[in-house]
Design a protein around this ligand. Structure first.
Ligand SMILES: [Zn+2]
Length: 292
């Protein structure tokens, strides 16, 4: 997709921003166990929640300063020589304060990470994500904005920026417009709006990502990282300016307290344990897949 068509595509997403919340609600409701929410359509299932649970457990460890630093042994490194099977894809900002491998307490081969300033997307970013979905079968994509993002702040403040930085600011501009007029801090509002719009753009990106979502092989969610607490919060479905805590944030995942165990071997909650027919391999499986 050329830059101009991508911009146009992004614009269409903005024009239908009302549906962002609706789509997010349909996808993330099962993750929150909302009984009254409409059942996901188009083959959506919650089988990808196992990946989310692994990330959340790791983030809880990070917030508490009780990291396990899993999958960083020589053995793990050697196991991965033949290939990788990351259980999630993370698109986030290049900001040096927000490395997802650290704040999710993950190791080698666990998460497929794409980072750009302001977590903006272009063809290279989408192609990278498509690779992780199509060839590595990663079942979950999280788009994570973060508190006090400099790229977003630059887009909000407007004005001239030098060099290629302008293309980043331009990509965030639709979110600035969409968040304008909301109460509260404009940068914080734009961070969340931008993450939601980006997630929706990826969720509906043809040909690969939209098809994977429709087939129930991929879940795309937007989130926000808090610089002060280190906590990752899923964004509230119907309010791009708001956020809500991740599920079961303060209840013990067994991995939190079992330094000797492999957190990736932790059994997901029963409600999330059964993959849908034809679903990808469970995230706990680390059998190497195809190489990169
Ligand atoms: Zn940033």
């Amino acid at each position: 997709m050329a830059h101009s068509s991508l911009a146009s595509f992004y614009g269409r997403i903005l024009a239908t921003s009302l549906f962002v919340g609706l789509a997010l609600g349909a996808i993330s409701s099962p993750l929150h166990g909302s009984a009254e929410a409409a059942a996901p359509s188009s083959g959506e299932t919650d089988h990808n929640s196992g990946s989310l649970d692994l990330l959340m457990a790791g983030n809880r460890r990070f917030v508490k300063g009780r990291m396990l630093h899993p999958d960083q042994t020589i053995g793990r490194r050697q196991d991965l020589v033949k290939g990788q099977q990351p259980f999630a894809i993370i698109l986030t900002c290049s900001d040096s304060r927000v490395p997802p491998e650290v704040y999710f307490d993950q190791g080698l081969g666990d998460i497929f990470v794409v980072r750009t300033a302001g977590n903006v997307i272009n063809d290279h970013v989408i192609g990278s994500i498509e690779y992780a979905v199509e060839h590595l079968k990663a079942p979950l994509l999280l788009v994570i904005g973060h508190e006090r993002c400099g790229a977003v702040a630059a887009a909000v403040s407007g004005g001239h920026v030098a060099g290629h930085i302008g293309s980043i600011v331009e990509t965030i501009a639709p979110a600035v417009k969409a968040a304008a007029g909301k109460s509260g801090d404009p940068v914080a509002n734009t961070v969340t709006t931008h993450a939601l719009l980006t997630a929706e753009a990826l969720r509906t990106s043809d040909p690969i990502l939209a098809a994977a979502v429709k087939a129930g092989h991929l879940t795309v969610l937007a989130a926000r990282y808090d610089l002060d607490t280190g906590r990752v919060e899923l964004l509230k479905e119907n309010d791009p300016a708001g956020a809500e805590p991740l599920p079961a944030a303060d209840t013990k995942a067994q991995a939190d307290h079992a330094p000797s165990s492999d957190p990736h071997a932790a059994t997901p909650p029963a409600a999330h344990a059964a993959p849908a027919p034809g679903a990808h391999a469970a995230p706990a499986a680390h059998a190497p897949a195809s190489g990169h």
